[in-house]
Design a protein around this ligand. Structure first.
Ligand code: PMP
Length: 405
């Protein structure tokens, strides 16, 4: 079957507009993806016709909203092949998922312990661990990267010791595009008794995710990176872990029995969902995953890799270009610099030509330090980008380079 690009583009009206008089070429998908009509209409149906608070009403709308919310949880559990829907905790996004885990794991992390992160982590999967290590007098150890932007697995193997309480590693680097061999990494870690959190903020949108097959103890992702709403995300955690760990926030929903003296806590997953949840967000995320499934994540992956290959080979021909992240296993993220040109200047000129890219450190400042640079220009592809857009992007880069030189 041919890839249904016309249908897809038609489903995303935002793409069909002019910026500065020129057709929008949206290449900032690693920051956030656009939303198909199916997601927006699901949100609007919910708010216009179905809205109610969940888990506490006896009335029709509340019961319906609760059912839809729990159906979304089940759909997401099936989508990532979690064993049980109780292993799906709704959060605001990847950042909150990581913070939740860091907070509840803190009592397990003591003086002399280590937490491992990698040199390619987004700040969201680095700073929370840095803070917990500081608080608990533990050490944060960094798994380095190789010159091509892949992880140094030999070094990782050496760092995995009985003092390590957790390895937190990204599935796909938002800056380099590197797809980490998470199954292999988890096996290495588990062989040494170390649990693993996978930051799936990018992974979820470009790869099939099967948490049981990969063996993840925890997997975090955001709805907005996979064509879903902002403000909703997931922390998947294995039931055995989630049962053992303490609650995160305290208040309504997460309790079983409350007296003025003390409280007992609800069962999974509610133990981790204090307060009124983002019901629309959860339902909208289900709609997004349904949409992705209908196109096929493997088909999307093949399509994006074609775009990446075309963009990379054309970009390489531009004099003075340096591409960061050339690992063999790489998703549709292209970070680069052009000698003598500031990334911000290039990004601004591209915007004037209708091309939306990201410039800067991409929330990975320590990675920039490792690479000896302050930032890059990043083009990142989504399911709706086209080869024609790649050509427009390359032409725009060439034109900008001419102007800036
Ligand atoms: N990790 C990675 C790899 C990311 O790309 C991002 C978003 N850029 C995050 C974490 C944080 O996600 P959010 O801002 O949705 O919480």
């Amino acid at each position: 079957m041919t890839y249904p690009i016309d249908k897809i583009r038609n489903d995303f009206p935002i793409l069909n507009q002019k910026i500065n008089g020129l057709p929008l070429v949206y290449l900032d998908n690693a920051a956030t993806t656009q939303k198909p009509k199916a997601v927006v209409s699901r949100l609007s149906d919910y708010y216009l016709m179905e809205n109610a608070n969940v888990h506490r009403g006896v009335h029709y709308l509340s019961i319906q909203a609760t059912e839809e919310y729990e159906k979304a949880r089940q759909y997401i559990a099936d989508y990532i092949n979690a064993e049980k829907k109780e292993e799906i905790i709704f959060t605001r996004g990847t950042t909150e998922s990581v913070n939740l885990l860091a907070r509840v794991m803190a009592p397990w992390i003591n003086k002399g312990d280590d937490v491992l992160v990698t040199a390619m982590e987004h700040h969201s999967n680095l700073v929370p661990w840095q803070e917990i290590c500081r608080e608990r007098n533990a050490r944060l150890r960094i798994v380095p990267i190789n010159a091509d932007g892949s992880l140094d697995l030999n070094f990782l193997d050496k760092l995995l010791k009985p003092t390590v309480k957790l390895l937190a590693v990204t599935h796909i680097s938002n800056t380099l595009g590197t797809i980490n061999p998470v199954k292999e990494i988890i096996k290495l870690s588990h062989d040494k008794g170390v649990p693993v959190l996978i930051d799936g903020a990018q992974g979820i949108a470009h790869n099939p995710v099967d948490v049981q097959d990969m063996g993840a103890d925890f997997y975090a992702f955001s709805g907005h990176k996979i064509y879903g709403p902002m403000g909703i995300g997931v922390l998947y955690g294995r039931e055995t872990w989630l049962r053992r760990l303490p609650p995160y926030q305290f208040g309504g929903e997460m309790i079983e029995k409350v007296t003025f003296e003390e409280s007992t806590f609800n069962v999974l997953p509610y133990k981790y969902e204090a307060g009124t949840p983002n019901v629309a967000g959860a339902i909208g995320l289900e709609a997004a995953l349904r949409y992705v499934r209908q196109i096929g994540i493997e088909e999307i992956d093949i399509h994006e890799k074609q775009l990446l290959a075309a963009a990379t080979s054309q970009l390489e021909q531009i004099e003075g270009v340096r591409i960061f992240g050339t690992a063999k296993e790489k998703a549709g993220v292209l970070s680069f610099l052009i000698n003598g040109i500031h990334p911000y200047d290039l990004g601004t000129l591209l915007d004037q030509m209708g091309v939306a890219v990201r410039t800067g450190h991409h929330c990975a400042e320590p990675l920039m330090d490792t690479l000896g640079i302050t930032g890059t220009v990043r083009a990142s592809f989504g399911m709706y980008n086209t080869l024609e857009e790649v050509d427009i992007f390359i032409k725009a880069v060439k034109q900008a380079v001419k102007m800036l030189r």
